[in-house]
Design a protein around this ligand. Structure first.
Ligand SMILES: C[S@@+](CC[C@H](N)C(=O)[O-])C[C@H]1O[C@@H](n2cnc3c(N)ncnc32)[C@H](O)[C@@H]1O
Length: 232
């Protein structure tokens, strides 16, 4: 992990005690798929993470249990996908999916996405996902929200022109916040095609655990797609 970078991660790092089979995943599978330790100033070529050449590289920030990460990896074997998640129990769950489906094209950064993003080169990504990020509903916690100018600037640097940034939330206040932060950003154009299409999840976008939790409570999430503009 990037020990020297002292940014704070808000949210849980550990949950329920791990069972032996989960500890085995950490011991046996994580070393095969983890992004190597980064120190500040290290440059990370995403192509160096994968044994076979990849057509493109995608990034998922906060993959939770890893269902979406594994689905995208399974459906796009020619893509190298990097998932970031500091919550250990989520990492273990993702390792289980990658192992069960023998997915070779996903890599895991079991930590805060920001140091990894800092290490990636300009215009190296074709897609990035931020799905159901923690909404931090109290006003005084707004600065903890992942979708904010500093992180959008970094994503603007990493996504190549024409690339797609996907976000989702079931929290209406956070959806409004995401739009308020992203639509004025010069690098991003909202891909809404009508007044309601962003209320429907595209077919190449599987439901995540948090989406299912929201729907079980009768809440309909929103799905936002942005195109990385050519200039800026
Ligand atoms: C509400 S959960 C959603 C998980 C998953 N995307 C889903 O939809 O089921 C938000 C996740 O973002 C992760 N997260 C929060 N801050 C992060 C950061 N700086 N870098 C990477 N992941 C982060 C949390 O650990 C948490 O698992």
């Amino acid at each position: 992990m990037a020990e020297e970078v002292k940014r704070r991660v808000y949210g849980r790092r550990f949950g329920r005690k791990l069972r032996d089979s989960q500890k085995d995943l950490l011991a046996d599978v994580l070393p095969k798929v983890r992004v190597p330790t980064l120190t500040p100033g290290t440059a990370l070529d995403p192509a160096s993470l994968f044994a076979a050449p990849k057509r493109d590289f995608w990034l998922e920030i906060g993959f939770g249990g890893g269902e979406h990460l594994a689905w995208q990896a399974g459906h796009h074997p020619d893509i190298g996908i990097i998932g970031c998640e500091p919550f250990l129990n989520g990492v273990v769950s993702a390792l289980g999916h990658l192992h069960r489906h023998a997915l070779e094209n996903a890599r895991v950064w079991p930590d805060d996405a920001r140091p990894l993003m800092d290490a990636l080169p300009d215009a190296c990504l074709g897609r990035a996902f931020i799905l159901f990020p923690d909404p931090w509903p109290k006003k005084r916690h707004n600065s903890r929200r992942f979708v904010q100018k500093e992180n959008l600037d970094t994503l603007a640097r990493l996504l190549r022109p024409g690339a797609e940034l996907r976000m989702a939330s079931d929290d209406t206040d956070y959806v409004a916040w995401m739009l308020a932060e992203t639509t004025p950003h010069p690098a991003f154009a909202w891909l809404a095609e009508g007044p309601t299409d962003w209320r429907e999840r595209p077919e190449d976008w599987p439901a995540t655990r948090y989406e299912e939790k929201a729907r079980a409570k009768g809440i309909k999430p929103s799905f936002l797609r942005f195109r990385r503009r050519d200039a800026n």
